[in-house]
Design a protein around this ligand. Sequence first.
Ligand code: NAP
Length: 389
Amino acid sequence: MSNNPVTSSPATGRPVTGRPVTGSPATGSPAAGSPAAGSPVTDSPVHSSPVKRRARKYTDVVVPDLSGKRAVVTGASDGLGLGLAERLARAGAELVLPVRNPAKGEAAVGRLRAAVPDAVVSTRPLDLASLESVATLADGLLDEGRRIDLLVANAGVMAPPARNTTADGFELQLGTNHLGHMALVGRLLPLLRSDARTPDSRASDSRTSDSRRSGARVTTMSSAAARFGRLDWTDLNSERDYSPVRAYNLSKLAQLMFALELDRRSRAHGWGIVSNVAHPGTTYTSLYSAGPGLGSTETPRMDAVMRRFLALGIFVQPVEQGLLPALQAATDPAAGGGTFYGPDGVGHFTGSSAPQRVYRAATDEAAAARLWDVSEDMTGVRFPGSALA
Ligand SMILES: NC(=O)c1ccc[n+]([C@@H]2O[C@H](COP(=O)([O-])OP(=O)(O)OC[C@H]3O[C@@H](n4cnc5c(N)ncnc54)[C@H](OP(=O)(O)O)[C@@H]3O)[C@@H](O)[C@H]2O)c1
C-alpha cells in the first residue's frame, strides 16, 4: 500500500501533492472533484447527495496515470460504481460500463461527461441476473478484440425481503453478486490474461517490444458482511430457508473467496491476472433502498436510518469516501493480488483506505476450491485447468 497520499489535479486528474482531504459540510463531496489545496470544495455532479452532513477528514488515494488503459466497471449506473468510474476517468482510463438499465446508464454517462469532459466512456447492456446476458456482453467484448486492463466487479443487490431468483433460478443475491460476476470473469478471461493476443495487444506489443505485458487487475467489491457469511453447501440458493441478510452475507463471502481463489489460480496457471478485493464500509447509496425495497413502492426504513447517520457523520460515509478502498485495490501499483482493502476507522465502517485482514471464513482454501467447482457447475462457465495445479 502506498504511504504517500496524493490527490489529483482537478484539471488533469494526475497526481499532485499528498494531503488529507476535508469534506465540506454543505456539499460533502471532497475527493470527487479533487480540488487543489485552498480552493473551495464543490459538489460533484456525478454523485451529489442531498443529505447535509458534517465535515470529515480522510486521506485520498493516489491514482496513477491510467491513459491508454481500458477499464470495465459493473454497477456504475449508481453509487460506488459511478463514483469509481469518475475517479478512473479523471485518471485517463477508457471506461466500459455494463449496465442493466439503459436510461440510468445514459444518465450516468452524462454525469461523467459533465464532471470529466474528456472522458472516454461507453455503456453495454448487462443483467448479471441472467447468464445469457453475461454471455452476450462477453461475446461482444471478445468481438471488439480489445484487452481489458482493469475489471471492477462492483454491481450488487442487498437483502430483498422476499426470496427472488435470477433468470437461471439462482437466489438473486448469490446469482447476481457472485455467480454473475464469476461467469463474467470466466468468459472474459482471454481479454484479461497477460497472454491476450488481441489486435490492440499485438499493435502495442510491437510498438514497445514488450513481451512481458502484465495481465489485468480484477477488483471485486465484497462487504464487511462477508465476515458473517456461512456457506451452507446443502442450500446455497436458500431454497429451504430464506433470510435476506443471511443470503447477502453468503453472497459477499462467496465473492471474497472467489477473488482470492482467482488470484491463486492465476498464479498457478500463469494467467498474469492480479485479483484483489475491497469493501466500502458503510456508504450511503441506493443499496439501502433498491434491495430492501424490492417488491414495494415505499422507501425502506433502512434508507432513512442511513441518511440520519450520514448527516450525523457517524457509522456512514459518502460515496466519494466509500469508494477509496476499491479505488486503491484497483489502481495502486502496490496493491497486489490477494490483498483486501477497507476503511481504517473503528469497526471499519468509515475511514481512509487500508489493508484489512481477510475474514477467517474466507481463509479456508479447500472451501474456496470447492466453491469454485460448485460455481462452475452452476454457471456452466469453466475456467481453463479447472483445478489448482
Ligand atoms: N453501500 C454500502 O454500504 C456497501 C457496503 C458493503 C458492500 N457494498 C457493495 O458495493 C457494491 C456497490 O453497491 P452500492 O452501494 O453502490 O449500491 P447501488 O448504489 O445500489 O449500486 C448498485 C449497482 O449495481 C447494479 N446492479 C444491481 N443488480 C444488477 C444486475 N442484476 N445486473 C447489473 N447491474 C446490477 C445497479 O444497477 P441499477 O442502477 O440498474 O440499479 C447499480 O448500478 C455492491 O456490490 C454492494 O454489495 C456496498
